[in-house]
Design a binder for this molecule. Structure first.
Ligand SMILES: NC(=O)c1ccc[n+]([C@@H]2O[C@H](COP(=O)([O-])OP(=O)(O)OC[C@H]3O[C@@H](n4cnc5c(N)ncnc54)[C@H](OP(=O)(O)O)[C@@H]3O)[C@@H](O)[C@H]2O)c1
Length: 318
């Protein structure tokens, strides 16, 4: 595994990080989850990305991770860089969502209890809040760092202007934004004209999620009349990818698959290596469901760069 410096900070992150949004919930297999975390550590994937609402059900990914940390990986705590977030709906009533100081601090306290941790390495505001003043959200993040419950803070899915404002306020409080987290993959390049350059300008790192478009950029949905059993699009507990979304992108995925085949590499590798070559990307956050998938993703780190002709062909497919 190769490591990259995260913006203008002291933190190095692995080129490939592991997210627990799906696949680590209450219904997932504990032994398989333990095997994935163990293999990640062996492969040098030391950054684990969680959020209060990951599961399903919400909270269960942190509970599973906390259980595994306590019983199997406690001695590795200082080798790990652990992230969590708050800002999406987590509990009922006026304080269970968005970006108030009340929500962020209560949310982090709950996350720490679920994971049986004293602190996380990075705590994110998970999404911008159109109603809470950004000053309050930033003050909550600063308070969290000062209290020792997080070492660093990050932002997720912030539009560039708000991101810039939040970064300015954080910098004034001497708690710089470590990371911006947003979606980036061969099917969704919207960040290239806003979030990606803004993070670089602010000296923050960029960690990009859904690099395989939730599995579509592995080619697993091509050439099959039905969704593969157990795949994210087929699972009923996974509501963010379905047959309609798979069908909508099938043509573009087929073209990318053809380019990958011409280049003699799997589509998964093309998708991950392309991202790792994009200027400003600090880490690529995969959501592997099995040890084999994780190993496959990890293999994208440290490869020869894709050649210019291939990069140009990919870029022409926008
Ligand atoms: N900040 C935010 O709002 C936000 C939003 C989304 C995600 N995230 C973070 O980003 C992480 C990754 O997102 P993601 O899960 O969408 O990433 P992803 O890597 O694009 O998708 C993961 C899915 O792709 C498939 N896959 C992964 N590696 C594979 C391989 N080598 N071969 C074949 N299939 C493979 C698996 O699908 P099957 O299950 O079908 O096998 C897996 O469940 C999340 O866990 C979370 O930490 C953050």
């Amino acid at each position: 595994m190769k490591y990259r410096r995260c913006g203008r900070s002291g933190v190095l992150l692995p080129e490939i990080s592991l997210g627990l949004w799906h696949n680590f919930g209450g219904g997932d297999d504990r032994a398989q989850n333990a095997a994935i975390i163990g293999r990640a550590l062996e492969l040098g994937i030391c950054h684990f990305d969680l959020a209060d609402n990951y599961g399903p059900p919400p909270g269960s990914a942190e509970e599973r991770f906390g259980d595994l940390l306590q019983h199997e990986f406690a001695c590795h705590r200082d080798e790990m860089f652990i992230a969590t977030k708050a800002g999406h709906l987590m509990w009922q009533g006026p304080y269970g969502d968005w970006g108030s100081r009340k929500h962020l601090i209560a949310g982090l306290n709950q996350s720490l209890r679920r994971m049986k941790l004293d602190y996380v390495d990075v705590f994110y505001h998970h999404r911008p809040d159109p109603e809470t003043p950004i000053e309050e959200t930033v003050e909550a993040l600063v308070q969290i760092v000062r209290s020792g419950k997080a070492l660093y803070v990050g932002l997720s899915k912030y539009p560039p202007a708000l991101f810039n404002r939040a970064c300015t306020l954080l910098a004034e409080a001497h708690v710089p934004c470590l990371l911006h987290q947003f979606r980036y993959n061969l099917l969704d390049r919207a960040c290239e004209t806003g979030m990606l350059p803004a993070a670089k300008d602010q000296g923050a790192g960029s960690i990009v999620f859904s690099p395989l478009a939730q599995g579509m950029l592995t080619g697993k949905y091509l050439n099959t009349a039905t969704l593969p059993i157990g795949s994210r699009a087929e699972r009923s507990d996974s509501i963010f990818l379905d047959a309609a979304k798979v069908a909508a992108d099938a043509e573009r995925v087929a073209k990318l698959q053809a380019l990958a085949s011409e280049a003699g590499i799997p589509l998964t590798q093309l998708a991950l290596r392309w991202l790792l070559q994009r200027n400003g990307v600090s880490s690529v956050l995969v959501g592997a469901r099995t040890v084999a998938q994780l190993e496959d993703c990890a293999a994208a780190s440290g490869c020869e760069p894709l050649d210019e002709a291939l990069m140009n062909q990919i870029n022409e497919l926008r």
